[in-house]
Write a protein that binds this ligand. Structure first.
Ligand SMILES: Cc1cc2nc3c(=O)[nH]c(=O)nc-3n(C[C@H](O)[C@H](O)[C@H](O)COP(=O)(O)OP(=O)(O)OC[C@H]3O[C@@H](n4cnc5c(N)ncnc54)[C@H](O)[C@@H]3O)c2cc1C
Ligand SMILES: *[C@@H]1O[C@H](CO)[C@@H](O)[C@H](O)[C@H]1NC(C)=O
Ligand SMILES: *[C@@H]1O[C@H](CO)[C@@H](O)[C@H](O)[C@H]1NC(C)=O
Length: 585
């Protein structure tokens, strides 16, 4: 019966799954809580003056931007956050795991919290946050730290690991929780162990080889927490958040050669130009000693640099954008981790779940596995399984199905793409191209990962999800009921496996790069050659951290904020210190 509706030629694009789940009944509203912490200092951009000045202007109130802004406000200086989206509380679907897929599908409104885009190659549907909290307010909530080796990548920034640990702790105390595993997640955990993704590490935020339960930003009542909640740590008298404030560009002034300091800066940020919902322009200007920090994400930050005249000179000139700084790598080194997997309609009812369990297999070269993050190999990630059944519209015979998925993510990845402007309007998505599987290394990893998915499917733990065949007492288990293609029957057939990888490629939404550290920003996240301007978000990553990046992005907001406060303190101390030093009595 079901076969009819899911012909084997049907390709399970993520879009199909999303459409399928659109029909999902909305989850019950989570318990009402008091107003969010930021309610006393977040307002519509229309209520802000047309010109005003601040010490720190954070562009993008996202995953890294919120913790950064909250931390900077602790220093007692004036902080402004400019966020193009609204507050998460305006969108009920963001509050619960059941709203995850509806949010990704409901994108017709110009202010939808999930802003859809798709890569030029293969038209793989993708999304980015357009709401306070950024993509952490629309994501699957899985929380897991980076492997320590991620912090010592060649040409990467040099990290103060004690401050890194402290910053992760700060995030975790506020917004992470231990999930409760139900049927599908438990079965996948057991299946991973049967497939030798060992040892079992239980519940941990650390990136450890084997199988583990990660943390989640959904609390025990199912309510989402996001980076926006980290604004609770802000000093409310020192911070303002402008909602529906779209930054058009950073205002840069040439630096006279005589006063150039660090990195031979040719220009410096003096403020930003932003637009409110009615299209009215505002200037937010930087006070002496202050800075603009771009936290607009892997698409937004490189786009804003280009629109501000920071990028490859010939490219900027082709758009007629005056060049403030020639930085050839802006918009280059853009990556997206491919996701591949299978989806099934299980034979028994399942509870709804987003990602809770991950497998981190050691690489084929076991000795090298822990030495380098790149050996973390493919992650097998159990995904959603709708809470109730999904209703498929069919006038004659309604069909209820639940879809469970098992997927793997290629770490790294090695394939590299780029982005460029689609227009001079900051509200438009830039054009992005990820070149999935253009590097054969990624294809190798996909094949290894999918073989592992196959092993999990064949495990005893997965038996109960196979379809029932025959009649009592001769009942047995048949194959899975797939939504879309099954894995190739012969998993040793490399060509067939590679073909499956290419044909079913989807995104796990961990795209990154565009302002990569060491190329566009220096070790302190300052834009190379430009004063008073930094980029702090996923655009600085050459490799996505851990199994999933949000933990490290929030950590990074806190971390850079602490660094900046310490730097500023030291500087003003130096400036203020009387010479010769005054003696204490
Ligand atoms: C559907 C989905 C599921 C995911 N699931 C997980 C998961 O389970 N676990 C995990 O760790 N990661 C997950 N991720 C990835 C993770 O959420 C992102 O990598 C991360 O949130 C990106 O953080 P960021 O700070 O770089 O950018 P963002 O959080 O996207 O922040 C950028 C902010 O800048 C704003 N902005 C952009 N341009 C402008 C402008 N011109 N003016 C003003 N504001 C602007 C945006 O509105 C946004 O709020 C998921 C992502 C998605 C989309
Ligand atoms: C940071 O935390 C990791 C993981 O717990 C630990 O191995 C490491 O020693 C810590 N580093 C410092 C400097 O505290
Ligand atoms: C599976 O594929 C491998 C490699 O192509 C081939 O050698 C083997 O004969 C195939 N096995 C079957 C059962 O078809």
């Amino acid at each position: 019966m079901a076969k009819k509706r899911f012909p084997s030629t049907f390709v399970p694009t993520p879009l199909f799954l999303l459409l399928l789940l659109l029909l999902l009944p909305r989850g019950e509203a989570p318990p009402i809580e008091g107003p969010p912490s930021y309610a006393s200092f977040a307002f519509d951009a229309g209520a802000f003056p047309v010109e005003s000045d601040y010490d720190y202007i954070v562009v993008g109130g996202g995953t890294a931007g919120c913790p950064l802004a909250a931390t900077l406000s602790e220093g007692g200086r004036r902080v402004l956050v400019l966020e193009r989206g609204g507050a998460p509380s305006e969108f009920p679907s963001l509050a619960s795991p059941e709203g995850f897929l509806p949010t990704l599908v409901d994108t017709d409104a110009p202010d939808s919290p999930a802003h859809p885009f798709s890569s030029e190659d293969g038209a793989v549907p993708n999304a980015r946050g357009r709401v306070l909290g950024g993509s952490s307010a629309i994501n699957a909530g899985f929380y897991s730290r980076a492997h320590p080796s991620w912090f010592s990548l060649p040409r990467g920034p040099s990290w103060d690991m004690a401050l890194v640990n402290d910053s992760y702790d700060w995030v975790e105390r506020a917004i992470t929780f231990r999930p409760v595993l139900r049927s599908w997640q438990s079965a996948v955990r057991d299946g991973l162990l049967e497939a030798n993704v060992t040892p079992y590490n239980g519940f941990t935020v650390h990136h450890l080889a084997g199988t583990k339960i990660g943390a989640t930003t959904f609390d025990s009542s199912g309510r989402r927490h996001s980076a926006a909640d980290l604004l609770a740590f802000a000093n409310p008298d020192r911070i303002r958040v402008a909602l529906r404030a779209t930054v058009d560009r950073v205002l840069l002034n040439p630096v006279p050669p005589g006063s150039r300091r660090r990195n031979q800066q040719s220009s410096a940020a003096i403020g930003v130009l932003y637009r409110d919902r009615l299209g009215r322009h505002h200037h937010a200007m930087v006070r002496p000693g202050g800075e603009v920090i771009l936290c607009a994400g892997a698409l937004g930050s490189p786009q804003l640099l280009l629109l501000s005249g920071v990028g490859p000179r010939p490219y900027l000139s082709s758009w007629g954008i005056p060049v403030a700084a020639n930085l050839p790598d802006v918009g280059q080194h853009v990556y997206d981790n491919p996701r591949n997997g299978i989806s099934i309609i299980p034979s028994i009812p399942l509870d709804h779940s987003l990602i809770q369990v991950v497998g981190i297999p050691t690489g084929e070269d076991k000795d090298a596995a822990d030495a380098s993050f790149l050996e973390a190999a493919s992650n097998i990630v159990p995904f959603f399984s709708p809470p109730r059944s999904v209703f498929l519209h069919n006038p004659s015979s309604p069909l209820y199905v639940t879809v469970a998925t098992l997927m793997e993510k290629v770490p790294g990845p090695a394939s590299v793409g780029s982005l460029r402007l689609a227009s001079l309007d900051a509200r438009d998505n830039p054009i992005v191209r990820f070149n999935y599987f253009s590097n054969p290394e990624d294809l190798d990893r996909c094949v290894v990962g999918l073989r592992r998915v196959g092993d999990v499917l064949e495990s005893r733990s997965m038996q109960e999800f196979r379809s029932v065949v025959g009649w009592l007492p001769w009942r047995g288990r048949g194959d899975f009921r797939y939504v879309g293609p099954a894995l190739p029957a012969n998993r040793s057939d490399r060509a067939a496996m590679e073909e499956f990888c290419r044909r079913t490629v989807a995104t796990i939404w961990h795209y990154h790069g565009g302002c990569v550290a060491g190329k566009v920003v220096d070790g302190d996240y300052r834009v190379i050659g430009v004063g008073a301007l930094r980029v702090v978000d996923g655009s600085t990553f050459a490799i996505s951290p851990g199994t999933n990046p949000q933990a490290t992005l929030m950590m990074m907001g806190r971390y850079v904020g602490r660094k900046m406060l310490a730097e500023r303190k030291e500087k003003s101390h130096r400036r203020r210190a009387p010479w010769p030093p005054r003696r204490h009595m």
